[in-house]
Design a protein around this ligand. Structure first.
Ligand SMILES: [Zn+2]
Length: 358
């Protein structure tokens, strides 16, 4: 029989942490150095740590000696970008999640769509959450200011870590056996991409508050919202239906901005909880989905800030049609700029019109 502790944590008869109560999650995982899967302390088991972006992905995209750029502008080599993980969990995670996902990714776009749609939607949803959790846990060690004289804060000091609580418990489902109903799984969207602007085979973006994540692996984009129970996808459906070709890298980033922005405006949010049977030793994440999807008043300047943050690197060379560089930035800041659709609302297949050398 399982035991529920005073901090709401649930353990099995053998001591396995089945469910992390929020405070234990904060203490041991967010602010401690325990294995992010099982919660073991470093002296309790052998640790070999887990790459934030798994090794098979680094190999697949030739990223071992390349670096990720953090929000403070610092760079960290992908092969040194790791979080605490014990050998046992690392190996189990490889068998249960990484191997099937890696085979689907290596199979190309159609194989990945089939994998998510028909075969293993939970494996993909779990993999995306593992990435999200690992990325943000790593931010605990990354200085916010590159210049130490400006302060010692870490990027992770800015996070309201409680937001990650259910995402973390979801991400551990392969280890705990937690059942995930379809409504709690959310959605994972795959879209074909054509590489036009970037020399890189890999792109990654996430937003802690927006609970969104974007991955581009060569010519495949994977997008997800972690906590909307599908609400944002429904809101975006009409726009998505108008996209009738592969996205450029810019358009993909705009789509990421759009879903992040919309998720920040949901009036009634899904509420997550757990349903546990200590005697039967089963539990599942439950999700109370609002009956209707409504938005609060849209904050367009916020869209502008998200847009600058996600696409800023491109702006020295992007101008809107008939716009100067300054007018383009003003349109971006107003929250109305788009590289997805033309003035008639048609999807822009030819992206050359927005690219002008300065
Ligand atoms: Zn472990």
């Amino acid at each position: 029989m399982w035991t529920r502790h005073a901090d709401d944590t649930i353990t099995s008869a053998t001591g396995q942490i089945v469910y992390f109560g929020e405070q234990r999650f904060l203490n041991d995982i967010c602010f401690g150095d325990c294995c992010f899967v099982c919660g073991a302390k470093p002296h309790e088991k052998p640790f070999n740590n887990e790459h934030v972006f798994p090794e098979w992905l680094l190999r697949h995209l030739d990223l071992f000696d390349k670096s990720i750029t953090l929000i403070n502008g610092a760079t960290v080599r992908y092969d040194r970008y790791t979080v605490p993980c014990c050998v046992e969990c690392n190996s189990f995670m490889g068998d249960e999640i990484e191997t099937p996902v890696s085979e689907a990714v290596r199979g190309g776009y159609d194989a990945l769509v089939a994998f998510i749609g028909k075969g293993h939607p939970l494996a993909m949803a779990t993999w995306m959450r593992l990435l999200f959790v690992k990325t943000h846990l790593k931010d605990r060690a990354m200085r916010f200011h590159l210049d130490e004289r400006k302060g010692q804060e870490k990027i992770g000091d800015l996070y309201p870590w409680g937001h990650l609580h259910y995402t973390h418990n979801f991400a551990r489902c392969f280890y705990t056996g937690c059942r995930i109903p379809p409504e709690a799984m959310g959605w994972v969207l795959t879209i074909p991409v054509k590489r036009t602007f970037s020399a890189h085979r890999f792109d990654f973006a996430d937003n802690f508050i927006g609970q969104t994540m974007l991955l581009r692996l060569d010519d495949i984009a994977i997008l997800t919202v972690l906590d909307d129970c599908g609400g944002v996808l429904q809101l975006m459906q009409e726009k998505l239906n108008r996209i009738n070709g592969p996205l450029s890298e810019l358009q993909l980033r705009e789509l990421f901005v759009e879903m992040t922005w919309l998720n920040m405006h949901l009036k009634n949010r899904p509420a997550f909880g757990i349903d546990v049977d200590l005697k039967d030793e089963t539990f599942r994440i439950v999700c109370d989905v609002p009956p209707t999807i409504e938005l609060v008043e849209l904050d367009y300047p916020l869209r502008g800030r998200l847009y600058r943050s996600a696409l800023g690197e491109y702006f020295p060379t992007i101008k809107g049609v008939g716009m100067t560089h300054e007018e383009t930035l003003a349109a971006v800041d107003s929250g109305r700029f788009t590289v997805l659709f033309d003035s008639d609302g048609k999807f822009i297949n030819d992206v050359e019109w927005v690219l002008r050398e300065t």
